[in-house]
Ligand binder design. Sequence first.
Ligand SMILES: NC(=O)c1ccc[n+]([C@@H]2O[C@H](COP(=O)([O-])OP(=O)(O)OC[C@H]3O[C@@H](n4cnc5c(N)ncnc54)[C@H](O)[C@@H]3O)[C@@H](O)[C@H]2O)c1
Length: 362
Amino acid sequence: MHPKPKYIPILAESANGAFKDAWDTAEQAPPDWYIVDDFFQNNNNIPWIKDVHAQGRVYWLKAGESSKTLAEVENILAWLTQNNANRQQSVAVIGGGTVLDAGLFATSIYQRGVQKWSLPTTLLAAVDAGIGGKNGVNFMGFKNYVGTITQPDFVVTDFRVFESLDTLHVLNGWMEMAKHALIADPALWYSMKQFESVPPTKTVHTLIRDAAAIKKRLVEADEFESGLRKTLNFGHTVGHALESAAASRSENLSHGIAVGLGMMVSLHWSADQAVDHRIQSELVDAAHCIKHWLNLAVPAYVEIAVNAADLDTLWAFMEKDKKNDTNGVQEVRLTKIGQAEWNQLLSRSAFEISWSSAHRGV
Ligand SMILES: NC(=O)c1ccc[n+]([C@@H]2O[C@H](COP(=O)([O-])OP(=O)(O)OC[C@H]3O[C@@H](n4cnc5c(N)ncnc54)[C@H](O)[C@@H]3O)[C@@H](O)[C@H]2O)c1
């Protein structure tokens, strides 16, 4: 049984704007406090948030990696303290992955934790960041280095909120969906693969649900990441290094795109070790499919990210990845589509070969 059974996904499709009836659906009182992506200050997807704001119960948090800092978490904690928020009350965090990571971390440590709602508003957050209880911030240039694993009490999904996402952010979520499919669900992967380009979210609700269900299932099987949950890090060793390297140049690289570029490397590395030729070509084909989606949707963005990558810098970040043990850089390897092995040692030379196979000619 899941160690925290209060984790409840809810499908809320109210007529009153995104998420509005979630509390009724869950038979709970509405949250007392709201930490909200500041995108919704000027977007009308969540119209009722303006009323809550007028009551002084909203902390607007700017989305982005620049908000995933201990300083920002301290600001949130100060706001909760100044408002006398207490442990009998609950906090809703509404936003994309960065707002959820920082906001849910603050609510996990405020007075040692208050009841909290995770309300993802990006596709990436709905299929990944909003589920599973990992929260936290970046630290000293390293991604997600400080944080906790503390389950939210409720996770609410409302598909309508995705309709204002731009191509880049749909693609980001699509990349995490692809990751879930590649590590755990061949049927989902073959369904996704049929799309020549990344589809509008409203046409793929079932696939989104399936991808979110994979995350939930893996977290329930291994909440504290002693084994199986590690497979969700597929593509993330290189992906996080790309993000950290971009941040060190004061540039921003979207998480999903970084993971997509990282998965391409891991797929080639996995293919190099596959003995079965059919499996080998399926893995390489998957890398090509991801490359195609990325290049079709945001070609200039991808080209800049790949051309700016310096392998010495990436490797230095990979050596500091928090998944590593004393033996070296750990990566997730696919043994076939839908099956992954964790704690696999990746050597520097294998990384360079796979990088070159994946990104030559991007
Ligand atoms: N905790 C986890 O398990 C986990 C898992 C995966 C990723 N992450 C983290 O998630 C972060 C990435 O999340 P993200 O991709 O959501 O990025 P993000 O939070 O930066 O959001 C992307 C952009 O979308 C905007 N936005 C939010 N909702 C919107 C909507 N409905 N319509 C239009 N725009 C909207 C935001 O304001 C922002 O500009 C990374 O920091 C990553 O490390 C965490």
